[in-house]
Design a protein around this ligand. Sequence first.
Ligand code: TXA
Ligand code: MG
Length: 324
Amino acid sequence: MPDNTPSKDTKILTADPAGLTRAAQLLQAGELVSFATETVYGLGADARQGEAVAAIYAAKGRPSFNPLIVHAASAEAAQRYVLWNGWAEVLAQAFWPGPLTLVLPLRPKHGISGLVTAGLETLAVRVPAQPSAQRLLQIFDGPVAAPSANPSGRISPTLASHVFAGLNGRIAAIVDDGACGVGLESTIVGLAGEAPILLRPGGLAAEEIEEALGQPLRQRDVQDPLTAPGQLLSHYAPNEQVRLNAAAARNGEVFLGFGAHQGSGPEDLNLSPDGKLTEAAAHLFDYLHQLDGLGRPIAVAPIPDEGLGAAINDRLARAAAPRD
Ligand code: TXA
Ligand code: MG
């Protein structure tokens, strides 16, 4: 059975203390909960639980893994996961809580699943202003990964009824808190490089950000294939050669297995010995990193191209693509 088949009884929770406490318990249990933010409804999961994050992709039917935004209750809470800097301090003071996402270097021992960052060394963090989202994040007291709560390729939801129409049966609950005030995703600013860069225009005007920073934002160069959405800028590429659909490792290769395709070397890994695609997705980036660190070419077992397997194969195809 594909792992995005509707099978859950999606509950509608009210944005009161009882509803938000229930929502936090569901997140702790590794379930998916949609909640209102001032921008759009998010589809939340505990960012530390790889299988919960994998379930986000399964529920949305996303054809590929994009890095996700981690939501925190405060700038202090966000700093548990990222390395802070002067620009971040200025922008957080000026615009958090609010429709602004900051991309910063991951902090050592951050605890965030590699599937959230798609294997990158940076993390997108945001402190939403919606009071019910704030309360939920305070009660949960941990990082919540949340893309917009729409099936892949559909428009972003700004009402609980939009979420229900798109994801009923695929997620545990929706916290209904009415209409989203901003209605447009957050503006994303990259602060991990030499100068602040506008990665995605959104609910906060770039001019306001430039005024707070006292300097212009670098613009993402859409002509440059390396910075186009979904390309290398936001995807981890292994250093070593990657060979796909391999039944077994050849001489010198290290093996990344799946199901019964199991390596025999001491350093070989298996994405999911039971052949579970959610488990495989949860391990994908961490295992690629580990194997890449060995400095040997990587052979990867065949992955079924259904459900989350399509996104895993999309990512593996990028990892295996020829490059200079
Ligand atoms: O308003 C919003 O931002 C909503 C609400 C729910 O908070 N969330 C949202 O998430 O729009 P999502 O997953 O649809 O968009 C995440 C975007 C992606 O386009 C991704 O490329 C970018 O954030 N992103 C995430 N992490 C990144 C990173 N480390 N570096 C560069 N871009 C990153
Ligand atoms: Mg989206």
